[in-house]
Design a binder for this molecule. Structure first.
Ligand code: FAD
Ligand code: SIN
Length: 533
């Protein structure tokens, strides 16, 4: 199969790019791949909303820029922050025009919520299901356009480069080129190739590398791992954001945890420990609305000191009708497990939520590999630095989806498809006999990462994690060489690669900054640097 433009991922990043390109260039063929059904993305689960300056009276670009820089703890690229904050509102108007509905006040102005680290109310939202609404609208628009084809249940295994033409590629190779991808077609179970002029990686995050995460099962860091294998540059992977308030459900030890959006704290929800204390007083003057790294670390400390498994989010003092209006999904979910938020506190604990690092790009979303762009959570554009400001992720995906499109149409007419690509080699492989070898390794990996590479780290813990990862790596490479490809095996391989990148980057960072806190270097270093692998 060949296409002009290949998009890997059907979340906000991939669809924004595909839509702009398809509308501007109806003559181009655009294929969007997604590994399960088209709407199963991190995007669909986004709750709080999108941060953008829409109130010219109280808010300003300068304030949004300052809040982003403060949260990023010295590592944001200021020029990228300015680009995203200033271009964001226009990108928002475009998705509104494409049919996304954000909640409005009676006078027609947008309702603007507040989240941790924001000095003003600036979060546009759709109840507490903002991501679901965005995903719905973007998919509906994509289905209207004849030059976009969405192929679901199509698992991308690897990016094709000169390596697949038999050439030796290293990080030092000056001009690595992307010619398309190898995929497992999950309808036929065949491994096929899709060749393209340009390819966009919009594969999202890697929350599944941890035992408990707000991310769905698809978030296995495939794009980051593929880019790394193709010798692309990966940046700042140590900065994994733990969301402070994932719903704690007893007995649910692995997998996706339901999020209680930070907007609940923005509307007045208060964190309390098992003694009923508003413990954030001890940690930060912004209390429950301090940036996420600070709140998650404070909770982690409370849990360790008190020997508890969760803290509480107290909403009992809030107006229940307003709560139900803004957070109907959370209200229902809590009710379904026997918690009436007007009478009982919600048990919450931190869970892996967002990868601030990823595939390194320039200001137009170009990676270090030619003809390969990256945007959305898989990328590291320089916006988030050491800690992402709440609700800046969807905004970044919109702005960089557009920027990747702008760059693509400048160059695509001078690019040809490379047809001379060999088929996937299945020689020497047999069907897997025991899936347990894969599923158990994934669990071991998740435990290792949660126990040793979580909110608080140390040299000894990182060293231990690396040893465990080495073993998992050896066993999995053996399986990979001898077994027919399956998405499960590829995901395990990708998770191990991403875990390795997180640990290695954490080992290089000899300081505590933003989301990376280590007991061995508790202060910030004077050397302000990004870790690039
Ligand atoms: P995704 O939306 O995750 O899409 C990834 C796509 O890539 C999927 O289609 C997937 O199938 C595809 N893919 C991945 N690997 C492969 C492969 N190997 N082959 C084929 N396809 C592949 N951010 C905010 O700004 N505001 C919020 O309110 C907010 N709330 C959140 C709440 C939750 C519970 C979560 C989990 C995240 C939240 N975030 C929020 C973060 C934000 O939702 C994500 O960062 C963002 O949606 C990522 O979009 P994306 O397009 O990069 O990736
Ligand atoms: C939330 O709604 O709390 C998540 C917002 C985000 O991740 O930006």
């Amino acid at each position: 199969m060949t296409t002009d433009v290949l998009v890997i991922g059907s979340g906000i990043a991939g669809l924004t790019y595909a839509l702009h390109t398809a509308i501007d260039r109806p003559d181009l063929k655009i294929i969007v791949l997604t590994k399960t059904n088209e709407d199963e993305t991190n995007t669909k689960y986004a709750q709080g909303g999108v941060a953008a300056v829409f109130d010219d009276q109280k808010d300003s670009y300068d304030k949004h820029i300052a809040d982003t820089l403060i949260a990023g703890d010295g590592l944001c690229n200021p020029s990228i922050v300015e680009i995203v904050v200033k271009e964001g509102p226009q990108r928002m108007r475009e998705i509104i025009q494409w049919g996304t509905a954000f909640d409005k006040e009676q006078d027609g102005d947008y309702k603007l919520g507040k989240e941790g680290g924001h000095s003003e109310n600036r979060i546009l939202h759709h109840k507490d299901i903002t991501g679901k609404e965005i995903e719905r609208a973007l998919l509906a628009k994509a289905h209207e356009l004849p030059n976009i084809e969405i192929i679901d249940y199509c698992f991308v295994v690897d990016i094709i480069t000169q390596h697949h033409l038999g050439k030796l590629i290293t990080k030092a190779t000056p001009k690595i080129e992307c010619y398309g991808v190898y995929v497992i077609n999950l309808e036929t179970n065949q491994t096929e190739k899709i060749l393209s002029k340009v390819t966009l990686l919009a594969t999202g995050g890697c929350g599944q590398v941890y035992r408990t995460t707000t991310n769905p099962k698809i978030a296995t860091g495939d794009g980051m791992a593929m880019a790394y294998r193709a010798k692309g540059r990966i940046e700042n992977m140590e900065f994994i954001q733990f969301h402070p308030t994932a719903l704690f459900e007893p007995g649910k030890r692995f997998g996706q945890a339901f999020l209680i959006t930070e907007a609940v704290r923005g509307d007045g929800g208060i964190l309390r420990n098992s003694k009923g204390e508003d413990f954030m007083i001890k940690y930060d003057k912004r209390l429950s609305l301090a940036p996420r790294d600070i709140v998650a670390r404070a909770i982690d400390n409370e849990l360790k000191v008190l020997g508890d498994e969760h803290v509480f989010l107290d909403c009992r003092h809030m107006d229940i009708d307003k709560f139900k209006d803004h957070f109907p999904n959370i209200y229902e979910k809590c009710m379904s497990i026997g918690i009436d938020v007007s009478k009982q506190m919600i048990p919450v604990a931190p869970a892996a939520h967002y990868s601030c690092g990823g595939v390194k790009t320039n200001e137009m979303g170009k990676t270090s590999i030619d003809y390969l762009y990256c945007c959305g959570e898989a990328s590291s554009t320089g916006l988030h630095g050491a800690n992402r400001l709440a609700s800046n992720s969807l905004l970044e995906a919109l702005v960089f989806g557009y920027r990747c499109f702008e760059d693509t149409i400048q160059s695509i007419d001078s690019i040809s498809i490379m047809h001379d690509i060999p088929d996937w080699n299945t020689e020497g492989t047999t069907e897997p006999k025991e899936m347990i070898l894969i599923t158990q390794s994934i669990k071991e990996l998740q435990l290792t990462m949660s126990d040793y590479v979580g909110i608080v780290r140390s040299n000894v813990r990182l060293e231990r994690a690396m040893k465990r990862l080495d073993l998992l790596h050896q066993e999995t490479e053996q399986l990979y060489k001898t077994t027919t490809l399956s998405p499960q095996l590829c995901e395990l391989r990708n998770l191990i690669t991403v875990a390795y990148l997180i640990v290695k980057s954490a080992q290089f960072r000899k300081e505590s900054r933003g989301l990376h806190f280590t007991l061995d270097y508790t202060e910030k270093s004077d050397l302000v640097q990004n870790i690039v692998l």
